[in-house]
Design a protein around this ligand. Structure first.
Ligand SMILES: [Zn+2]
Length: 71
C-alpha cells in the first residue's frame, strides 16, 4: 500500500528536476514492444529505491513502460 506522503515526496523529487530535463526524460523511455525510444504518457511518479520511477504508457503502442531516474 502506498502512503500519500511517499507519493508527494516522489513528486517533489521530480519537480526539482529542471523542466527542460524532465521533458527530455519523458521523451526518452525505452519501450520493449516498439524496440525503440518513445514518449511516456499518462505517467505517475513513484518512489524507487534508486530514486524515483515514472510509470506510464508508451505514447506509440500503449504498452506499459517505466523509467527509473536515479538520484
Ligand atoms: Zn511502444
Amino acid at each position: 500500500m502506498m502512503g500519500g506522503n511517499e507519493m508527494d515526496n516522489a513528486n517533489k523529487e521530480w519537480l526539482k528536476i529542471p523542466n527542460e530535463i524532465r521533458n527530455q526524460l519523458i521523451r526518452n523511455v525505452w519501450c520493449a514492444t516498439c524496440s525503440d525510444v518513445v514518449k511516456i504518457t499518462n505517467y505517475v511518479i513513484q518512489s524507487h529505491k534508486l530514486g524515483i520511477i515514472l510509470d506510464g504508457k508508451c505514447g506509440t503502442c500503449g504498452q506499459e513502460v517505466s523509467r527509473i531516474i536515479e538520484k
